[in-house]
Design a protein around this ligand. Structure first.
Ligand SMILES: [Zn+2]
Length: 77
């Protein structure tokens, strides 16, 4: 029997506040500047896009923008 401890609610992505170095999750984000999948010299595929959080950071109250490569997320497969 599992206790469900590993059951993660997929309500949002994990972001790191660059000001405080603290992590938080947010489900209120959107993809911007989506340039599609890029393949580098080694054949690694990455999505060239940015993620903007539509709510202020809980730590510094700023609105952060990240490149998708900075985020541990499904987009990087
Ligand atoms: Zn912040």
């Amino acid at each position: 029997m599992t206790t469900g401890e590993n059951k993660k609610k997929s309500a949002g992505l994990i972001f790191v506040c660059p000001e405080k170095g603290a992590t938080f999750s947010s489900a209120h984000f959107k993809i911007v500047e989506n340039n599609g999948i890029k393949t580098d010299a080694d054949g690694n595929k990455t999505l060239d896009a940015k993620v903007i959080i539509e709510e202020p950071c809980p730590f510094c109250s700023k609105q952060h923008v990240y490149h998708v490569s900075e985020i541990p997320c499904p987009f990087n497969g």
